[in-house]
Write a protein that binds this ligand. Structure first.
Ligand SMILES: NC(=[NH2+])NCCC[C@H](N)C(=O)O
Length: 422
């Protein structure tokens, strides 16, 4: 395994990029501070744009700043997606790629596309970043008038806003030293990975980073990917990640020797359980916080490489039948038991707190996790189990249905040492 022997980070030197678990000491994280893209949400478009309400943007920003502060207070380096993007767009090549991709939609027509391309080429990196993330509405354009402009509604988007950028978890995920650029299933989010791909490919900080997967590949979303232990990756398969997506992902992590086992975990295809991390996250090397209403029924197929049948012409995967998730996970992780902490005592509380992302915790280290403060019961139970809970407010942030884990992409975690992973 490529970086299992990486030495822990020392103050002063940048942490090597990558993560081999969900709970190794968090060093660097990529966030997105909510911005003008959220101002685009209206009662007419919020469903399509995957928000359950219209957030109060100033308050969402305050809540997000407090989240970032809580991370910095624990010595976590916070990178902002839009800052990385603006720096990336300093390069002429990156700008051209970003513009071409953003205007590739078939709804524009040549007259408007040509106008917008010229307009965006004149924009500064910071302005271009705003156009790419907050989008462009028909009535905001001052040229390129023609058939398409006249026939579209003034409020139609020519470039869609990306309010779900807030959930940086989904558009890329690090597996050991590789960044996986994902492929998002919902049309409202598809363009996000054009931006993460560009950042990893062109930003000087990520020079030399090797990537896997990619936005043209079968659908896999980062919220479905859990690094259970070094070499063991669980992937939820449901509304977002497809069966073909997990197969492609497994092939790539095996090919690059990033893992020895992938667990494919079917989850109900509905909004409340859109990603595996909405029902289960790790808070210690051998503890998950998990939605009790599914705990008994959650299963996994264990996928490994059939070494004997694989050769240079292709990898052959070996796949088991469905087994209880916690058992399959513990076996793959090489531990006796993966302990489960519940979201709330009774089914109704559990359902309420699951909806409000009670299961969606972000581990800062083994037994230290960030969680929304509103989920009292889940947080009490985490504390009873010996987990330190770093509580953050999320009344506005939560309206997009995502918690601390969804809102963060760990770029560097300390590798788990042998003691930690055993
Ligand atoms: N990893 C997660 N659970 N992300 C939550 C994403 C929420 C977002 N509104 C969506 O529907 O895509």
């Amino acid at each position: 395994m490529s970086d299992a022997s990486q030495s822990p980070h020392h103050a002063g030197s940048p942490a090597p990029h990558g993560a081999d678990s969900e709970v190794g000491r968090l060093r660097t994280v990529m966030l997105h501070r909510p911005g003008p893209e959220l101002q685009r949400l209206t009662p007419r478009n919020n469903d399509r744009l995957l928000f359950d309400g219209i957030p109060w943007v100033a308050r969402a920003q305050e809540e997000h700043d407090a989240f970032a502060e809580a991370l910095r207070a624990r010595d976590v380096e916070v990178l902002y997606l839009t800052e990385l993007l603006a720096q990336t767009l300093e390069s002429e090549g990156a700008r051209n790629q970003a513009i071409t991709r953003a205007l590739a939609g078939l709804h524009l027509g040549d007259t408007l596309r040509d106008y917008l391309a010229r307009f965006l080429r004149e924009a500064s990196p910071a302005e271009l970043t705003t156009y790419l993330t907050a989008g462009i509405r028909n009535d905001e354009v001052r040229g390129g008038f023609g058939l398409v402009t006249s026939l579209l509604d003034p409020h139609d988007f020519l470039v869609d806003p990306l309010p779900n950028l807030l959930f940086t978890r989904d558009s890329s995920v690090w597996v050991r030293d590789r960044a996986a650029v994902t492929s998002l299933a919902m049309p409202a989010r598809a363009r996000e990975t054009q931006l993460t791909q560009l950042i990893y490919a062109e930003h000087p900080r990520f020079q030399g980073t090797r990537t896997i997967h990619g936005w043209h590949s079968e659908h896999v979303e980062g919220g479905d990917v859990l690094l259970l232990a070094p070499g063991v990756v669980a992937v939820g398969v449901g509304e977002r990640t497809t069966p073909a997506g997990v197969e492609r992902f497994a092939r790539q992590v095996f090919h690059a020797d990033l893992a020895h086992t992938v667990l494919a975990v079917p989850i109900t295809q509905e909004r409340a359980t859109m990603h595996l991390d909405t029902i289960c996250t790790l808070v210690d090397v051998d503890k998950v916080v998990m939605y009790p209403n599914v705990a008994d029924t959650l299963v996994a197929h264990t996928v490994t490489l059939d070494e004997a049948a694989s050769d240079d012409t292709g990898l052959t995967l070996s796949v088991t039948g469905a087994e209880p998730f916690l058992e399959a996970a513990a076996r793959a992780m090489g531990i006796d038991r993966l302990h489960q902490i519940d979201t709330g005592l009774d089914p109704v509380t559990a359902e309420r707190e699951q909806w409000d992302d009670g299961n969606n915790t972000l581990a800062l280290a083994p037994r230290v996790a960030v969680a929304y403060e509103r989920n009292d019961q889940t947080n009490d139970r985490l504390e009873q189990a010996g987990i330190e809970v770093v509580r953050i407010a999320g009344s506005e942030l939560g309206s997009g249905r995502g918690g601390p884990r969804c809102m963060s992409c760990p770029v560097a975690r300390d590798p788990l040492d042998a003691a930690g992973s055993a």
